[in-house]
Design a protein around this ligand. Structure first.
Ligand SMILES: [Zn+2]
Length: 359
């Protein structure tokens, strides 16, 4: 069970994390005498969940995070009962979500000496901030909070001030490429993937297991040439692009199926009721899938913007303003992507606009 004998290197609880050396050093140092709340701040897709689980393993493992024992393994795969991962139900963390977290925080640990409560998307918790603040100011003894946020909005400054803040940094393409190479991806392909991953290791890994990336990029590049000024072609292309974004989520769905299987196995082994946790996991997976699809569309729009940019570079002066309009429309759609709940309609509207400057 416990390792640490001479010549045996314990497995690293952060082995799934790429980069983030400063953050991990801080968490390791802190795990010996943890405070009651940590706030991990950084753009999505940096492996926040793996970092939070690794930290939880340091806090829950009887050997301080050996990485190999049964506790570590269950914590790292997210199925240990003293690792509580609170997920928002709706588009933002609500007062109800926060109250549920507060209730869970008061619960006594089931197996370990303490419990770790991980709460993602704190930046969406505007209305829930007062509820959380109260708990963070009067912490329950056996609970360590690990809050995750993409950024800290002004309304959450007070909540943030009650936590030890740990900054996470977007990853440079070289770092991503290196990580992919270490996983056996060929150097040239690793560089291409790293450029398409937008600083996110999670996205880089997912698209690395995606053999259709080049085809999808080619599809987006082909848009300006295929638009013929008719609404029918614009609509057909929009649905083709949406289908390809849907296809891109396949590696993600495969990983999600593994997570569900791990949860079912855990429930069987330890005889726990799995239905509520299954629902929580499925909710998270649905949001993850939508976020991934949006990232995929954003990457596609970047390819499309590049295609119009090239046209501008060698256009005759008469066409220049048309291409500039098209490029502006693509950029606008990219900004809109985050708050527009209907990606299909948005894409159709964009292609109709682009259709007007086709050729
Ligand atoms: Zn362990």
């Amino acid at each position: 069970m416990a390792t640490g004998g001479w010549g045996v290197t314990p497995a690293d609880v952060f082995s799934d994390v790429v980069g983030q050396e400063r953050a991990l050093a801080l968490l390791r140092a802190s795990a010996r005498r943890p405070v009651h709340a940590y706030l991990l701040v950084g753009p999505p897709g940096l492996g926040q969940r793996a970092i939070a689980r690794g930290f939880a393993a340091l806090l829950l493992c009887p050997d301080g995070g050996c990485g190999t024992c049964e506790v570590c393994r269950r914590v790292l795969s997210g199925v240990h009962p003293d690792l509580v991962e609170v997920e928002r139900e709706g588009a933002a963390l609500s007062v109800d979500d926060a109250s549920e977290a507060v209730r869970l925080a008061q619960r006594r640990p089931l197996e370990a000496a303490r419990q770790v409560l991980v709460m993602a998307d704190l930046h969406t918790a505007r209305l829930a901030a007062p509820v959380l603040l109260k708990t963070l100011e009067e912490p329950a003894g056996d609970t360590v909070f690990v809050l995750l946020a993409d950024f800290v909005p002004a309304e959450l400054a007070t909540v943030a001030s009650r936590c030890v803040r740990v900054e996470l940094a977007a990853l440079a393409p070289e770092v991503l490429a290196e990580a992919l190479c270490a996983q056996g991806v060929k150097a040239m392909r690793a560089e291409e993937l790293a450029r398409a991953a937008g600083g996110s290791i999670e996205r880089a890994r997912l698209i690395a297991s995606d053999s259709h990336l080049a085809e999808r990029r080619a599809l987006w590049r082909s848009v300006p040439a295929r638009l013929d000024g008719t609404g029918a072609t614009a609509a057909a292309l929009a649905s083709e692009l949406m289908e390809s974004a849907e296809q891109a989520t396949e590696p993600l769905r495969a990983r999600q199926a593994e997570e569900l299987a791990a949860l079912a196995e855990e429930a069987e082994t330890f005889g726990q009721r799995s239905a509520p946790r299954r629902k929580t996991l499925e909710d998270r997976q649905r949001r993850e899938e939508r976020r991934f699809r949006i990232d995929e569309l954003r990457a596609g729009l970047a390819v499309l913007a590049g295609a119009y940019g090239e046209r501008m570079a060698d256009a005759d002066p008469q066409r220049l303003s048309g291409w500039a309009t098209a490029l502006g429309a693509v950029e606008e759609a990219t900004r809109e992507l985050v708050r527009n709940p209907n990606e299909t309609l948005m894409l159709e509207a964009l292609l109709v606009r682009l259709s007007a400057v086709s050729g």
